[in-house]
Design a protein around this ligand. Structure first.
Ligand SMILES: [Fe+2]
Ligand SMILES: [Fe+2]
Length: 307
């Protein structure tokens, strides 16, 4: 059965419903509708956090979980520390969760136990950050346990990257996946160090260079997690990956990065919708689909703040 007839069959044959999922996705973005918080154990916790609010911290919409950021225009290092920690500690929690998904038991039980300990530590740290209590004078002390935790996990990521690359570790995660999440952890820790010194400014070149690498990886991860039959989508994802690899902070007009990001975000959202509806064949976990959307939203927020 052809793709077209299969979709027509699924949609009851209505003319307006003939557009295939691939055509929608290849054509750009479709709006996400009916998003609800569900799935991850921390989602409810984070949602409650959003309701309770922390001074100077706000959220941006567009993903299933809130994306925590400092209030627009804020130069308060306490607010930036809280927002950055709420965002990245949950991302790190999920990085640990993705590792676990890619480490089969019983062969990798030792690695799984190590990763599980980190996952619990990230959850505990998130609870402490959520409780607040940070102020300007004690900010370095407030951020230090988070920085230390993130850097300990960073060491493990780098070790696993090398072990996977050399064939010692036989997980289902690529070396590039370990490297990718190591880069994210490293930047999180470095940003917290700066906040502890009272520095919250973002430099556009650094923002573009860091995030364009991350966006390129995301697109290529999607390409490699799609079913081999999804040839057109794989090509589209590979094309996006290649394009992001050429993005350099100095090159191009100022709006070009923003436009490319909007396009990639739309692609990620449509892919998420297609994966969840079972309309795209892949091994993309719904949590990973949302995870990469949140990071694109964070990139977008940083671009607005960057000088
Ligand atoms: Fe991540
Ligand atoms: Fe990422």
């Amino acid at each position: 059965m052809s793709e077209e007839s299969r979709n027509v069959g699924m949609s009851g044959g209505g003319g307006l419903l003939r557009t295939t999922r691939r055509r929608v996705l290849l054509g750009g973005g479709a709006a996400l509708v009916g998003l609800t918080l569900r799935g991850d154990v921390l989602a409810g916790f984070l949602a409650r956090g959003q309701e309770a609010g922390l001074a100077g911290v706000t959220t941006i919409a567009g993903a299933k979980k809130p994306v925590f950021v400092a209030a627009a225009g804020s130069m308060d290092p306490v607010a930036h520390s809280l927002a950055e920690s709420l965002f990245w500690l949950d991302q790190e929690f999920e990085h640990a969760k993705f590792f676990l998904m890619h480490m089969p038991s019983p062969d990798l039980d030792a690695e799984r136990a190590q990763v599980l300990r980190f996952q619990n530590e990230f959850a505990d740290r998130l609870v402490k950050v959520r409780a607040g209590g940070a102020d300007r004078s004690g900010l370095a002390g407030f951020n230090r346990p988070t920085i230390e935790l993130v850097r300990r996990f960073l060491d493990v990521k780098r070790k696993m990257e090398k072990a996977q690359e050399s064939g010692q570790l036989k997980s289902l995660a690529w070396p590039t996946f370990f490297e990718h999440v190591a880069l994210e952890g490293e930047r999180f820790a470095n940003r917290l160090e700066k906040f502890s010194q009272g520095r919250v400014e973002l430099e556009r070149g650094e923002v573009v260079d860091f995030w364009s690498r991350i966006m390129a990886d995301h697109a290529e991860f999607v390409a490699h997690l799609l079913d081999p039959e999804e040839k057109a989508l794989i090509e589209k994802a590979r094309g996006a990956g290649a394009a992001w690899r050429t993005v350099k902070s100095g090159g191009g007009s100022k709006g070009k990065v923003e436009d490319s990001l909007e396009e990639l975000l739309a692609f990620k959202k449509t892919a998420q919708k297609g994966v969840e509806a079972g309309q795209i064949k892949s091994i993309i976990h719904p949590l990973l689909a949302d995870h990469v959307i949140r990071e694109a939203l964070k990139f977008s927020d940083e671009l607005k703040r960057a000088a």
